[in-house]
Design a binder for this molecule. Structure first.
Ligand SMILES: Nc1ncnc2c1ncn2[C@@H]1O[C@H](COP(=O)(O)OP(=O)(O)OP(=O)(O)O)[C@@H](O)[C@H]1O
Length: 329
């Protein structure tokens, strides 16, 4: 099967006065064609650093990024070619759209930059994209401040689609939207995937959002993937104590709290803990957790988990709603 994305042993270290900060630490991930991979973790765990490596905005010190079968290079020509294969949608469309450009101009710009089509062809393509993302044609001559937050995010998505990319990285793309608008945008992404076969790397701090749009979920902590598997399996089992902690504030059906309580601060990625990166905040930690970094393995488990004691934790929940029932949130 053709892969949209392959990250092989990816590491990105940011230089800081205290030394290199390991924002991404040896990550291996793949994303199949027309698949959505949800990447989840709390603020500072390295999600954006990883995303920026995928779109070529950060250059990793180690490992490789392969998009649509081709490795991402670092030259200007490589970046130009990569822009056609992978695009990014950010949290704040106000920051990523030029306030002085109309919606039409914003969507058309990538076509112009890449010398695609005549003026008439570009005009027709912009209108086709607007229809695909559910933007009325009357909005094309408005400026970003004249449309709603949800509409602005639709413009960003249309713009990301102009060059027919293999993969779109959505970095907290719905986090700033109201819940009902979030659901509309999530449903739009699902429809676009069905119609166009595009893949999404969907990044969010909110596991309960990620589960609705993703085929698979990767949970990231301190630059490492600690749990990875089919969305329903990861949600229902939540075998890593960190994954449980991410949902500890969500009440269960009986009104109680489920999962683990997350205590303490995230350790510094300049001097990460020995062994398991989560052990300093984990109430199940034993001596081995400080000595040995647990491998990401499915040995005796329904999916991949990096925890010495994952087999001892009972699945949290057997029932799981069908994927993409976003309006049910
Ligand atoms: N340019 C930089 N220089 C130094 N440190 C950085 C830089 N960019 C990010 N970091 C650090 O790298 C770590 C990972 O940050 P990153 O933004 O990738 O995480 P994140 O999970 O996306 O968090 P958020 O959702 O808050 O953006 C953090 O400790 C952050 O402070």
């Amino acid at each position: 099967m053709t892969r949209s994305l392959e990250l092989v042993n990816l590491s990105l270290h940011h230089p800081t006065p205290a030394g290199p900060l390991r924002a991404v630490d040896g990550v291996n991930l793949t994303l199949n064609k027309a698949e959505t991979l949800g990447l989840v973790g709390e603020s500072g765990c390295g999600k954006s650093s990883l995303a920026r490596c995928v779109v070529g905005l950060n250059t990793p010190q180690e490992g490789s990024v392969v998009v649509g079968g081709q490795a991402l290079g670092t030259s200007a020509a490589d970046r130009r070619a990569a822009a056609q294969r992978v695009q990014m949608v950010f949290q704040d469309p106000m920051g990523s759209l030029n306030p002085r450009h109309t919606v039409r101009r914003s969507i058309e710009q990538p076509l112009k930059i890449h010398g695609r089509g005549s003026a008439a062809e570009r005009r027709a393509r912009v209108e086709e994209l607007a229809a695909q993302v559910g933007l009325g044609l009357h909005l094309l001559d408005r400026y970003p401040h004249q449309i709603s937050g949800g509409q602005r995010q639709r413009v960003s998505i249309a713009r990301a689609l102009t060059l027919e990319p293999e993969l779109i990285v959505c970095d907290e793309a719905v986090s700033a939207l109201d819940v009902s608008v979030q659901a509309q945008v999530l449903n739009l992404l699902t429809k676009l995937q069905r119609d166009l076969g595009v893949s999404f790397l969907f990044i969010s701090h909110d596991l309960s959002v990620v589960r609705y749009v993703s085929h698979r979920i990767a949970v990231m902590y301190l630059g490492q993937i600690v749990e990875l598997g089919d969305a329903e399996s990861v949600w229902a089992e939540r075998r890593h104590p960190y994954t449980r902690a991410l949902t500890s504030s969500i009440p269960d059906a009986a009104g109680g709290m489920r999962g683990e309580r997350l205590t303490g601060d995230v350790p510094s990625a300049v001097n990460p803990p020995s062994g398991c990166p989560f052990r300093t905040r984990c109430r199940h930690a034993q001596a081995i957790c400080a000595e040995e970094r647990p491998a990401l393995t499915d040995d005796g488990l329904p999916h991949l988990v990096a925890c010495h004691f994952a087999r001892d934790f009972a699945p949290l929940e057997r029932e799981s709603p069908p994927r993409q029932a976003a309006t049910a949130r």
